[in-house]
Ligand binder design. Structure first.
Ligand code: SF4
Length: 440
């Protein structure tokens, strides 16, 4: 062991989506709370934890490579996360790993750590900040409100990896959010597999926060988070009817006017094959109504192109929907058969070249829509949150931009700003993704 007072050191590799990042943060927080040190190198670590992703084939490969590298460089490796739920895959590729756990398994991971690397005598719990250890920059943080999912979308294996929905107690979520705000966080990003289902598993039980009752439910949680005085952004909101309830909170400025709501397709037959809700007429009417209530609303959605059996006509319906819906941000993916997904059994898989051609057409259309919508912001004054500052200016985001997935606002005279500042800027230019601005 290389450190002179022999404090055990753990290396950590965190792969995967924001939900996996939150799992990593929980494990890192526990490690630090118990007095372990977190090491930045394989050689300096007494053992290494790899938090894996198993969502698509390329993520599986990346995770297996990371495990292989940790084994070669260090030798003592614990595997956790989504790929860990497919224990056999990991053990077959890397029989030497110490243990394999699934996602959201802090207790199990800690038990294996204790077994192979005993806890130090003098816990450094005082050194752990109340907000825990986070992997995101200090001014924004992900808050995971639940784990698992009750839906069975046919293209997705998350429920088989992570199980049915389990909502975190609302008081616990609020306490974590409050700790983050106290520690200087300016933006809370609410995440889960299915944010609008929050509380379904506990029948929307009433919990407590700040001495008053608070229901375990998305609308009530959003309103309570909105009282903390920072930006609150909702992600992965499944299009249930009660989503309509959060739009007035957005219109009143209680939470950000931003809705990340995956529609996946517009054609009724394909949606049914996907086991997704909603007809496009209904969705279009709802979008129209949402925008009437909250004209500032930014809508982000994701779509799957070339789902098994998708005809040219059905794809055309999706394009027509996009033209009509005028969404602000769109992510689109060609359907890819994830091992274990029910949709793989469907007939008439669309050839990859047709999928790619459709994907390109969809993205081209959406770029035009996005460019047009961003152009309308030129000349307006917006509040933005600064993410980075260098000699060329500052890079920030507006309410319309979630970190890492949406656009940016480049502030050309922002050299004097600080990361985490809220600042009013005047928009001077735009392209299909980003905006340019000057301090107002
Ligand atoms: S709602 Fe999301 S996580 Fe749940 S099954 Fe569907 S795609 Fe998967």
């Amino acid at each position: 062991m290389s450190n002179p007072i022999a404090i055990p050191k753990v290396g950590f590799v965190s792969l995967g989506c924001p939900k996996a990042t939150v799992d990593s943060e929980h494990i890192l927080t526990r490690l630090r709370a118990e007095g372990y040190l977190i090491s930045g190198s394989y050689q300096d670590s007494d053992l290494v934890i790899v938090n894996t992703c198993g969502f698509i084939d390329s993520a599986v490969e990346e995770s297996l490579d990371a495990i292989g590298e940790a084994l070669a460089e260090n030798g003592k490796v614990i595997v956790t996360g989504c790929l860990g739920a497919k224990g056999d895959v990991v053990r077959q590729a890397h029989p030497r790993v110490l243990a394999v756990t699934g996602p959201h398994a802090t207790d199990e991971v800690m038990a294996v750590v204790h077994q192979h690397l005993p806890k130090p005598h003098d816990p450094y719990s005082d050194l752990v900040p109340a907000q825990g250890i986070r992997l995101t920059p200090k001014h924004y943080a992900y808050v995971k409100i639940s784990e698992g999912c009750n839906h069975r979308c046919t293209f997705c294996i998350i429920p088989s990896l992570r199980g049915d929905l389990v909502s975190r107690p609302v008081g616990e979520v609020m306490q974590e959010a409050q700790n983050l705000v106290n520690a200087g966080v300016k933006e809370l990003l609410v995440i889960s597999q299915d944010t609008s289902a929050y509380g379904v598993d506990v029948k929307y039980r009433t919990g407590f926060w700040g001495g008053r009752p608070l229901r375990t439910r998305m609308t009530e949680l959003a309103a309570a988070l909105g009282e903390l005085g920072v930006w609150v952004r909702l992600h992965y909101v499944y299009p249930y009817p009660h989503v309509d309830e959060v739009i007035p909170l957005m219109a009143q400025g209680i939470i950000l006017p931003y809705l990340d709501i995956p529609f996946q397709h517009a054609n009724q037959r394909i949606l049914k094959l996907m086991k997704r809700p909603g007809s496009s007429d209904n969705v279009l009417a709802r979008i129209k109504q949402w925008r009437e209530i909250c004209p500032e609303l930014t809508l982000r959605s994701t779509f799957i192109v070339g789902f098994p059996g998708e005809t040219e006509e059905e794809f055309g319906e999706l394009l027509d929907f996009l033209k009509e819906a005028q969404l602000d941000r769109v992510g689109a993916f060609a359907y890819s058969p994830v091992e274990g997904a029910a949709a793989n059994e469907l007939p008439d898989h669309v050839p990859p070249e047709v999928q790619q051609e459709r994907l390109a057409r969809l993205m081209l259309l959406q770029e035009e829509i996005s460019a047009e919508r961003l152009k309308r912001k030129v000349g307006k004054t917006l509040t933005v949150l600064v993410d980075e500052v260098d000699e060329e200016g500052a890079i920030a985001r507006s309410s319309a931009d979630a970190p890492e997935i949406d656009g940016l606002v480049y502030i050309e005279n922002g050299q004097q700003l600080n990361v985490g500042d809220f600042v009013e800027v005047k928009i001077t230019d735009s392209d299909e993704h980003d905006l340019w601005a000057e301090i107002a």
